[in-house]
Design a protein around this ligand. Structure first.
Ligand code: SF4
Length: 363
């Protein structure tokens, strides 16, 4: 561990709630939990004490590492860059196949590792990171802390992003929006039934509205991910629904990652997604007009590479989390000069420190 302070995390008053008699209504995510005295909200991280809502996870860090942007996955946002990646405890979903269930299903511990925002900035700088990524568990429920951290990071010249399930209210998004550069969002499914089974929510339309708002109102760079899971969301109807929605509402240039499900937790008896299913999903997405559909969790697959949508030239070659070859010139294809969607360095390998190829665990 590095530079951390270990003691009881401070309990901080929440910033988005209303009083309804003795109960309080949390307005951070569209569950809008109505929380009685002494009780916690659905995510287990917010408690009503005496008619005030408090967050129990401000500054409480469960995990922290230096990792590559490709791991998020983000393929059009400073390729090869390294990021301080951090998470806390809890989630506003309960996906049965969650790969980080040991922290996302866990209530906040009474004692833990507390990192104030300026310490996060110091660690990011010390490791030569391009920015701070809130990931591992759902950053929306960490709203108060991520706002403070993101503000400190921006003041220090660092970049920021959420790796999120997108289940956030518009007013919460508008609080973090000014400080976020990038929004890597899951679109887990495209039917009420599938979202009910995976995330235990009845209506996924707030997720779609939030992504659009992140991109249009706040100018964030957006990439979407669907973890294609056998029997949950691998039917053509849902996959083509997601692809068409991205094309029509976000734009055909926005990348869509279709990633391989690896059995975890309550779904450990399922088999991994067949590669052919991912290839069909990719064909379906490209056929519907998307410019960039990537296959994830299949290292070495051709579907990891970026091709110019204009002339088809391979402009970024990857293997797993590694960038093997980078040919863009100031974000444009070197052959036909077509600009690609995203944020790219002017001089690759000079504008920022590239990931060295191994993860550095900090917490
Ligand atoms: S953030 Fe937590 S407490 Fe607030 S509405 Fe969502 S699930 Fe409920």
């Amino acid at each position: 561990m590095d530079g951390e302070v270990v003691y009881n995390a401070p309990v901080k008053e929440a910033i988005l709630y209303s009083r309804e008699g003795e109960r309080v209504r949390c307005r951070v995510c569209p569950r809008y939990c109505l929380i009685g005295e002494g009780k916690r909200g659905w995510c287990g991280t917010r408690v009503n004490k005496g008619g005030r809502l408090y967050t129990l996870i401000y500054g409480l860090v469960s995990s922290m590492a230096v990792s590559p942007v490709e791991k998020k996955p983000l393929f059009h946002f400073y390729p090869g860059s390294k990021w301080i990646s951090m998470g806390t405890y809890g989630c506003n979903f309960r996906c049965p196949g969650c790969q980080n269930w040991s922290i996302s299903f866990a209530p906040p511990p009474r004692r833990g590792i507390f990192l104030p925002p300026d310490e996060v900035v110091r660690i990011a700088r010390r490791y030569g990171c391009l920015g701070v990524s809130w990931t591992y568990n759902e950053p929306t429920i960490w709203l108060e802390y991520t706002i403070d951290c993101a503000r400190a990071a921006k003041e220090a010249g660092l970049l920021t992003h959420y790796v999120t399930n997108g289940y956030i209210t518009e007013e919460a998004l508008d609080l973090i929006g000014p400080y976020l550069d990038c929004y890597r969002v899951d679109i887990k499914a495209f039917s009420r039934e599938a979202y009910r089974r995976t995330a235990h929510i009845e209506d996924f339309s707030p997720i779609l509205r939030a992504v659009k708002r992140a991109k249009e109102r706040w100018g964030m760079h957006v990439e979407c991910v669907t973890n294609v899971t056998p029997g949950f969301n691998d039917d053509r109807g849902q996959l083509s629904g997601i692809a068409s929605w991205i094309r029509d509402e976000l734009g055909r240039e926005v990348p869509w990652h279709v990633t391989r499900f690896i059995p975890h937790h309550l779904l450990k008896d399922l088999h991994p997604t067949p590669v052919e299913t991912l290839e069909e999903a990719r064909d379906l997405g490209m056929g519907s007009g998307l410019c960039h559909v990537y296959i994830g969790n299949v290292p070495g697959h051709e579907g990891e590479n970026t091709r110019c949508p204009g002339c088809g030239l391979k402009v970024i070659e990857r293997s797993g989390f590694f960038v093997r070859d980078y040919r863009l010139v100031e974000g444009r294809c070197p052959n036909c000069e077509r600009p690609l969607y995203g944020r790219f360095p002017r001089e690759y390998g000079r504008d920022y420190t590239l990931w060295e190829g191994y993860e550095v665990g900090i917490v």
